[in-house]
Design a protein around this ligand. Structure first.
Ligand code: PEP
Length: 252
């Protein structure tokens, strides 16, 4: 039985004052709840340490939105896996489609970052997903299987079993247009099959596969009811404590 996992990706949103207000409301909403799942937030890098302090006691984990594939060196403007750990992060989002589209992230760098994250004990949330043109042409399954295979190259079965994958069709991110539960389930099952062929059935059954793309309280429960959907990565609806908690409620 896989424990569901819900993460909010705050992207380039929320400043220090917003974090303070968010955590106060979040803690108050959570005081009457005991969700049977893992959950957390990915704030901007400058807020990682403060978020770690501020969410303490709420049950939330903290994720970095990205890391560099090197531990240190002349790489202006980024953070390493070690910096993320120092700031209290336990997870890191890797290969988000916005990183791939705007920051030249490719399958090779995604794989290097996944391996770096694992080497310092960070759990990678590896994002994959097809653009609309690929889906319209019927190549979505092949495209996503290839992203998964590249991202996880050279991992052992034990390592692979600990990661989280987020299937996020690019056309569903921030558009209000979610994949149907059936469409998402079909892809999640294909991803699990790919994991099984790469790492064996037992490892594949342990990997948690989140769906991401316009998830909100009104569609979360039907998505989560699918057998291979183990949680969600949420952008817009994670920016308010009440809408994130409403999704948490729908997961349970
Ligand atoms: C995301 O950015 O990972 C995402 C899923 O965004 P949204 O929920 O806003 O579609």
């Amino acid at each position: 039985m896989r424990r569901p996992i819900l993460f909010g990706n705050w992207k380039l949103n929320h400043r220090h004052k917003d974090l303070t207000a968010f955590t106060a409301e979040f803690k108050s909403l959570m005081s009457s709840r005991e969700p049977e799942c893992d959950f957390g937030f990915a704030p901007v890098a400058t807020l990682l340490s403060e978020a770690t302090r501020s969410f303490k006691g709420s049950g939330a984990s903290i994720a970095a939105q990205d890391i560099h594939s090197f531990a240190s060196g002349a790489f202006t403007g980024t953070i390493s896996a070690e910096h993320a750990v120092d700031a209290g992060a336990q997870f890191v989002i890797i290969g988000h489609s916005e990183r791939r589209a705007y920051f030249a992230e490719d399958d090779t760098s995604v794989n290097a970052k996944v391996r770096r994250a694992l080497s310092v004990g960070l759990t990678p949330i590896v994002c994959v997903g097809e653009p609309l043109s690929i889906r319209d042409a019927g190549g979505h399954e092949k495209f996503v299987k290839s992203q998964v295979t590249s991202a996880l190259q050279d991992l052992s079965s034990d390592e692979a079993s600990t990661i989280v994958i987020a299937y996020e069709p690019v056309w569903a991110i921030g558009t209000g247009k979610s994949a149907t539960p059936e469409m998402a389930q079909e892809m999640h099952a294909a991803i699990r099959e790919t994991l099984s062929s790469l790492f064996g059935r037992s490892a594949a059954e342990k990997v948690r596969i989140q769906y991401g793309g316009s998830v909100k309280a009104s569609n979360a429960a039907e998505l989560m009811a699918m057998p291979d959907i183990d949680g969600a990565l949420v952008g817009g609806a994670s920016l308010r404590a009440d809408s994130f908690v409403a999704i948490l409620d729908a997961l349970n």
